[in-house]
Write a protein that binds this ligand. Sequence first.
Ligand code: SF4
Length: 713
Amino acid sequence: MTGSFLEHFRHQQQDAETETVMDTQCPFCSVQCTMQLLEHRTGDRKKYKVLPLKDTVSDGRLCIKGRNAHQHALHKERILHPMKKVNGQFEEITWEEALSFIMEQFSTIQEQDGLDAVGVYGGGSLTNEEAYLLGKFARVGLKTKHIDYNGRYCMSAAASAMNEAFGLDRGLTNEMEEIPLAECIILAGTNIAECQPTLLPYFRKAKDNGAFIIAIDPRETLTTKLADLHLKVKPGMDAALVNGMLKVILDRNLHDERFIQERTEGFDEVLEHLSGVDLDAIADLTGLSRQIIEYTAVTFASVSRAMVFTARGVEQQTHGHDTVRNFINLVLATGNMGKPGAGYGAVTGQGNGQGGREHGQKADQLPGYRSIENPEHRNYIADLWGIPEKELPGKGVSAYEMMEKMADGEIKALFIMGSNPLISTPNATLAAQALKRLKCLVVVDMFVSETGMLADLLLPSSSYLEDEGTLTNLEGRVTLRRAARSCPGEVRHDWQILCDVARVLGKEAYFSYTKAEDIFNELRLASKGGKADYFGITYSRLKEERIYWPCPKEGHNGEGRLFSETFARPNGKAKMLPVINHVPKERTSESYPLHLTTGRVMSHYLSGSQTRRSPALSARQIESFVKIHPKTANAFGIKDGTMVYVDSSRGRMKARGAYDDSIREDTLFIPFHWGGEQNVNNVTYQGLDPVCKMPGFKVCAVRVSPVIDLTRN
Ligand code: SF4
């Protein structure tokens, strides 16, 4: 009797139903949509449901990536223990063994080859706290100048252009809510419909209000379908197109003379430069007719409120900085700044692409957008960190240049946190050589990524469901993502790992935090008085209020719309700059007759390390593909749906050909979410923009050929 009662009770326990509600925030793109994850448990069985929350810019919308994000966070392939490579195989070790290994390796390498022989490589998805701490860890923990991050490949062109033109780099100069007020909108090289789908309703609403939308993109996308006018510009010729538009606007006196005089400088130089611009030559360079360029220019300049948005399509080029400067020239020449429904935006890609570039994981930067080369800035941060200014390392090199230094043997060890550079670096063959040449590679990640496979040591880090911290969305709005569950296994948060490594390196005194909020409070001080000033923001405020940066004091809500009265440059004026008709550094040739451009698909994110592990997302796009115009395919003997090789002078990739009669006949498109032989970065161009060091991902010269020649019998 007693036995059967216990059995019955056990069954009841097993079948008991529980529901756990987790409030969280999507780990993927820069919109940072919020949601609830409901875990319904019956006995050992678990079911999940995702509900959007209404308190962010996406206003209760979620795209498929957000709806399925938990699938990777709860995936059985998560790394749950530190793992060390022994005889080519990973073996579980304890945290203390892992930390001792790092201490021995890094100390020996730095003693033998100098402090800068160890590099640090971060990511744009880290929280603000972790991005800040990674910068401090490199400079104080390791005393190395070599730190950079994958955001160099994402936002650097727009960031440098905004800094020079406006004196401040914040993705959008306006709140998203102002978009429906615009009467004309240019979307240049941005595929919002697939990359930030929950923002699309803002543009639809603008259209419903009568706005005219102009898309500039060499290929047709879900975004260009929304547009009233689609300019299929030749890849890499966007700067020339804007020169043509500016010429038309100035020739027809459609510019805003008063705004230009009162709020800008450099206009005379732009005017003089444009006097030498020939519209027929622009038509030839861009592949667009003179009439359509004139029509576009007149349409944009004839309204009183217009906005321009750029993204990686125009930024990831060897002249991306100048191209963005020219789009900013267009905005300034027409007086579209500082008023509702008028402004400029660089649509940030990565989840914390904005905050991640403000607080010190860039080679030349200290927290709060301070410069590592400015003596006053160096003194301020050195004082805060409690070190002599002369001990603060100088400026390092950009992400791709770090790879070159690894390949050359100058950087001998690397600590990677939150990035998969083997997939995301252009000219991936060089990246593989670089990483393989290291004496010691430590990778902090949730999974054994393609880069992780090359590591000597893997450290398990927490997912978005477990890690508390702040993130800054594409508008410059700071959000607090709370931890929704505890870490599985022996997983630790990125900030804890940095503190642990600092401890074994003898730097515990500088890294004695007990929670993410402690780090944020230090970040507030570090950013105080800087351009990206977070001093007035606190965790308790973020739980209740909507706050943008700059926010210099408590009680201040930050600025949703920037530059209403003045720009952030010393004289308060925006700087215009003449921009030449840049052509891509790598041109097509007899051997490589086609342009290649790259981009995203809706169901995947960056190198795919997380989304390829989500069954629901992976099933939507299981493999890469090569979009090719049927006429081009015919000319190269390629049948729809068959495997093709794409070759450049750097290497080869292989994927399935997919006919697309809307793409330019001289251009191929390949997404960048896959590795190995499907990695498009095996062929992309590594030449760097001279100002921001952005590689020329978006345009290179390639040839295409069938893997099996089906035209031969
Ligand atoms: Fe929102 Fe972006 Fe996540 Fe989609 S991927 S749910 S748009 S944050």
